[in-house]
Design a binder for this molecule. Structure first.
Ligand SMILES: [Zn+2]
Length: 251
């Protein structure tokens, strides 16, 4: 991409954001990740090993896979992409943020009222007594358990991840909010999402059926590309950084 094209792409997206009163963005699971980073487990292993079925039938194997992966995500730092989104929202350019990410980094970067459609993996909880534990507390609980399954310190019931497992229904309140926001949008941006996983893969159809423009930024082709006002085939963080520079005053 030449410098001129870059300017015009960012300029088009910036104009679209400024022209709309209700800018809603949907960010994908890997927002802020570098291309190729840990892609292997995300694409394959996660969908096999971090499932509701694995959790229920082979809990020790589930935790053996889930805990170190969740811990790596827990320890991730806010990326400039998250900072850019928070800046755009604080400046009133972006109205609402919906995310498929489970790392809670949008909120940690300062974005408000983020809809986390898969919840997040920063906690685990007891399904019996509702006690909530921070993820780092799980390591000692696994070690103390003797069979690899962490148990509630209060009632000894096996703990479960706070977020949504593969194969499990999404949190209803978050999904409903996502649909309400998409319905109210007058510009909708899908950023770093391959838009493949239902039901969130259906979300862009909400603005489209109302003739609201859809903008797609990301490396992965999506089923909505042909309907989008503009498709930018590159990681969203570059574009987001440029938009934040262009549309928000320097901090
Ligand atoms: Zn308990």
């Amino acid at each position: 991409m030449t410098e001129g094209e870059e300017t015009s792409t960012t300029g088009t997206l910036a104009s679209a954001m400024l022209a709309a009163d209700n800018v809603v963005i949907l960010t994908g699971l890997r927002m802020g990740w570098e291309p190729g980073e840990e892609e292997e487990w995300l694409r394959k292993e996660w969908r096999v090993k971090a499932t509701l079925d694995a959790f229920l039938t082979e809990p020790a194997a589930f935790w053996e896979f889930y805990f170190p992966v969740a811990k790596r995500i827990y320890e991730r730092d806010v990326h400039p992409a998250h900072v850019a989104v928070a800046r755009l929202q604080k400046a009133g350019i972006v109205t609402s943020v919906i995310t498929q990410a489970v790392d809670h980094l949008h909120a940690r970067a300062g974005a408000a009222d983020v809809v986390e459609v898969y919840s997040n993996m920063r906690t685990v909880r007891c399904a019996r007594c509702s006690e909530v534990y921070g993820l780092p507390e799980v390591g000692p609980l696994i070690e103390a358990s003797g069979d690899g399954v962490p148990r509630c310190a209060s009632c000894e019931y096996p703990l479960r991840p706070g977020g949504t497992l593969w194969g499990e229904p999404l949190p209803q309140d978050q999904v409903e909010r996502a649909w309400e926001l998409a319905t109210a949008a007058d510009a909708f941006f899908a950023l770093d999402s391959d838009l493949r996983t239902a039901p969130i893969s259906l979300l862009p159809s909400v603005p489209l059926t109302r003739q609201v423009p859809l903008y797609i930024v990301g490396r992965e082709p999506t089923q909505y590309d042909r309907y989008a006002e503009l498709v930018v085939r590159e990681p969203a963080h570059t574009v987001l950084g440029e938009l934040a520079e262009l549309l928000t005053p320097r901090a």
